[in-house]
Design a protein around this ligand. Structure first.
Ligand SMILES: Cc1cc2nc3c(=O)[nH]c(=O)nc-3n(C[C@H](O)[C@H](O)[C@H](O)COP(=O)(O)O)c2cc1C
Length: 323
């Protein structure tokens, strides 16, 4: 399949793996890229720019296909060394960067000068238009159903994608809630040039996370995610567990007086415990409603091949039959 996204990133299939904290290591990105998609290393999971440089080199050892790096600009306990990470990306010869969170304008000149294509993840049409105006090459439009940070507007993809298509000139991918070929075709019909998936890629053989995480995804339904940190205007969609219920009880009790310090135990530093040690009740971890559509743990190649085969069959067989 050829779209503006496959052309822009020199990939075979219009499928991107979104950056994921403590999931997006070299093994994950290389597996997706080897399967013909665009794998993404999560920049800030690497503690220092030197660590990121090593991770990029490790990924290059595992694939000769293009891959990218995610740089997230969200509120965090201490400000990361962004110039250092950008230098590691440029020096590492990476040609795709997924930015997320705050406006990436400050970092665009350096990235552009190095010939890097920037896809900015946005949860609204307003932010997507801003990304286009400042010179981003593409947008990842993240609907309300997504795992991670859906923003504060609560517009699901069924509305958000066609709205983005009405306004944008640069290509965009549909992000949030995607797991299969039916949804790829729907995304293309709604105006997208591809898809971005997070949660679905965690339940794959190569995802470098503890088996308990994959099992939790298989066991969950579309009713099992919760929105946390809404009172802090830093909403995150996570899989429900005991820590999340504790966190939500604190939010309810403290109301508008809630501060980040009140919930630090449930959200700060929990990713290594969950993703690497498999301690599933250790805290809140991002997870999308798409868990309801995830019933297996394929390899990344099987997953991507199945999505493309299903999409091709729908386009060639089912849709023409309606005409
Ligand atoms: C465990 C997990 C961690 C994530 N971490 C990040 C992150 O560090 N930076 C980022 O931009 N997006 C992050 N995301 C969001 C994904 O890149 C992607 O936009 C989202 O998962 C898409 O929704 P889906 O899970 O329904 O496919 C994360 C998602 C998950 C599930």
């Amino acid at each position: 399949m050829k779209t503006r996204i496959t052309e822009m990133f020199s990939i075979e299939h219009p499928i991107i793996q979104g950056g994921m904290h403590f999931v997006g290591f070299a093994e994950m990105a290389a597996a997706v890229s080897n399967a013909g998609g665009l794998g993404i290393i999560t920049g800030l999971t690497q503690r220092t720019p030197e660590d990121l440089a090593r991770e990029i080199a490790r990924c290059r050892d595992m694939t000769d296909k293009p891959f990218g790096v995610n740089l997230t600009f969200l509120p965090s306990v201490s400000t990361p060394d962004y110039p250092g990470y950008i230098k590691a990306i440029i020096d590492g010869g990476v040609k795709a960067v997924e930015t997320a969170g705050n406006n990436p304008a400050k970092w665009l000149p350096a990235l552009k000068e190095a010939g890097i294509k920037v896809i900015h993840k946005c949860t609204s049409v307003r932010h997507s238009l801003k990304a286009e105006a400042i010179g981003c090459d593409a947008v990842s439009v993240d609907g309300f159903e997504c795992g991670g940070h859906p923003g504060e507007d609560d517009v699901p993809n069924w509305i958000l994608l066609p709205r983005a298509a009405e306004e944008l000139n640069i290509p965009f991918v549909a992000s949030g809630g995607v797991a299969n070929g039916k949804q790829l075709v729907a995304a293309l019909a709604l105006g997208a040039d591809g898809i971005n998936m997070g949660t679905r890629f965690i339940a794959t053989k190569e995802a470098p996370v503890h088996e308990n995480v994959k099992q939790a995804i298989l066991n969950a339904s579309e009713l099992d995610t919760r929105l946390v940190m809404r009172p802090l205007r830093n909403t995150e969609r996570v899989l429900n567990n005991a820590a999340v219920e504790r966190l939500l009880a604190k939010e309810k009790a403290l109301g508008p007086n809630l501060k980040f310090e009140d919930i630090i135990e449930e959200v700060a530093g929990v990713y290594p415990k969950i993703m690497q040690e498999g301690t599933m009740e250790a805290g809140a971890w991002s997870c999308g409603m798409v868990v309801g559509l995830i019933h297996d743990i394929p390899t990344c190649k099987e997953l991507i091949d199945n999505i493309m085969a299903e999409a091709n069959a729908i386009i060639r067989t089912r849709l023409p039959g309606f005409l």
